[in-house]
Design a protein around this ligand. Structure first.
Ligand code: GDP
Length: 469
């Protein structure tokens, strides 16, 4: 292919922001920000809930909401500035490397929010993984209508799978939206039964009760979603609505610490790339994973190692450039003179002077799930890291370690790894064309997270420990 051929000039000197930023003043003016994804079983009411939320908040008009329900992909591409739909080629699709990700933002008096969504195939597990890997909070929509919960939860198990994935990827808060409560006439007993069953399950996978919220609602009627209005027969729930709860979480965890922002180098996960105008400028959409950035600064994009100057920073709810972007923000960077063909979804950009490792082989610490067959050297799988997927295989089994204390090696000469074990393994990518940027647990906890999937099932989750053996 053509992609290995071009060599880029990597900058070594940082460039100064166009206008210096008073970070203290900037942070004091900003509302807390929180991002979230809506998960759950097919037909659990996810689309309806998101549409209702945006509509009642005043972020979309009537006509659009009808479209959103029928054909959210259309909304993502045209009317709603959910501008981050991947421009996928057939080739990329068949290799399964990227996922359609859209973001939509809205604000309340108290906080700014970003919903991360994969509109095309919301129920597809890899898309859920991508969404989860980008957000602070997961909203799990559970269908409370008679029998629906039983089939979605116990039989199909997608509710379970999404929750396990959220837990594995380190989501720190889960909001359970007990949805479609209108279908059971807001009967408290139904709410309690489902809560009881889910609670047992959450406990079994190690999710702590203090990190879980429970909200009865109806996405269809809107009760319990935005305001405080409930029907007369709902007398037993006194807590906040979904948005009220999101605001509450934003208050406690949506503000960033100034010292951390100043000391951590800027890191950016790229979700989408597109050319902008004729003179080689490009738009890079993505998420600020660490630190802060301003227009006028230069970043280097990995793995291609091309350095580009940032001309402007936009967020998707406003056409006006913003002064800065900080950790947790979803923004579009307008950059000068880029070779956009060499930038891909899943690339990582960093401030000049901070090197991001790229590799084809690396060591990871994994926790295996329930396996049909043990993991052996050579076992193929799909590696998920951030929003990307790569075919890979196990190169070498290094050791079995203690689940509670991974520094403690239990067994060294390992021939296979079974279900529910903690292990250190060497992994290699099998698609040899391109190295991918990888961060270790020590460098960035969040970006180091990986999931291994095989034949449509998650077989292990863990973190990258080092890029060389
Ligand atoms: P998704 O597959 O999870 O995105 O689910 P949808 O939002 O497409 O909803 C699936 C079905 O449930 C649709 O027929 C909706 O009209 C219906 N539905 C969604 N939310 C509610 C609700 O709160 N109450 C009722 N009665 N039906 C709902």
């Amino acid at each position: 292919g053509h992609e290995a051929a071009r060599v880029h000039k990597k900058a070594t000197e940082p460039t100064k922001p166009k206008s210096p930023l008073d970070l203290t003043a900037y942070l004091s003016k900003r509302k807390p920000h929180l991002s979230f994804v809506v998960l759950g079983h097919v037909d659990a009411g996810k689309s309806t809930l998101m549409g209702r939320l945006l509509y009642d908040i005043g972020a979309v008009d009537n006509k659009l909401i009808r479209k959103l329900k029928r054909e959210s992909e259309v909304v993502g591409k045209s009317s709603f500035h959910l501008a981050w739909v991947m421009d996928q080629t057939q080739e990329e699709r068949s290799r399964g490397v990227t996922v359609d990700i859209c973001t939509s933002s809205f604000e309340t008096k108290e906080a700014d929010f970003t919903i991360v969504d994969a509109p095309g195939h919301r129920d597809f597990v890899p898309n859920a993984i991508t969404g989860i890997s980008l957000v602070d909070v997961a909203v799990l929509s559970v269908d409370c209508s008679t029998d629906a919960f039983e089939s979605g939860f116990n039989l199909d198990g997608q509710t379970k799978e999404h929750t396990i994935l959220a837990r594995s990827l380190g989501i720190h808060h889960l909001i359970v939206a007990l949805n479609k409560m209108d279908t059971v006439d807001w009967y408290e007993g139904r709410f309690r039964d489902i809560q009881f069953e889910l609670r047992n399950f959450f406990e079994s996978i190690g999710l702590k009760e203090e990190n879980i919220s429970w909200i009865p609602l109806s996405g269809l009627s809107g009760e319990g979603v935005v305001g405080t209005k409930y029907p007369l027969q709902q007398t037993w729930y006194k807590g906040p609505s979904l948005v009220g709860e999101l605001e509450c979480i934003a208050r406690t965890s949506g503000s960033k610490d100034q010292a951390t922002l100043e000391s951590n180098p800027f890191l950016f996960s790229i979700l989408d790339v597109s050319p902008s105008g004729k003179n080689g400028d490009a738009l890079l959409s993505g998420k600020v994973e660490a630190g802060k950035i301003q227009a006028g600064e230069t970043i280097t994009i990995y793995p291609s190692e091309q350095s580009v100057l940032i001309e402007n920073i936009y967020n998707d709810s406003s056409q006006n450039p913003q002064a800065a972007a900080i950790e947790g923000d979803f923004v579009t960077l307008k950059v000068k003179s880029a070779q956009h063909e060499d930038i891909k979804t899943g690339d990582i950009a960093a401030i000049v002077g901070y090197d991001v490792g790229t590799a084809q082989e690396f060591t990871a610490r994994l926790l295996t799930f329930k396996l049909d067959r043990p993991l052996l050297p050579g076992t193929p799988f799909i590696l998920f890291r951030g929003g990307t997927q790569q075919p890979a295989r196990i190169k070498r089994l290094v050791s079995i370690v203690d689940k509670a204390d991974p520094a403690k090696v239990i067994k060294k000469k390992v021939k296979h790894i079974g279900s529910n074990q903690a292990a250190v393994v060497e992994l290699e990518l099998t698609e040899k064309k391109r190295r991918i940027p990888l961060m270790t647990l020590e460098e960035n906890k969040h970006l180091s997270k990986v999931l291994l999937r095989k034949e449509g099932r998650t077989i292990a989750a863990g973190a990258i420990m080092s890029l060389d053996f």
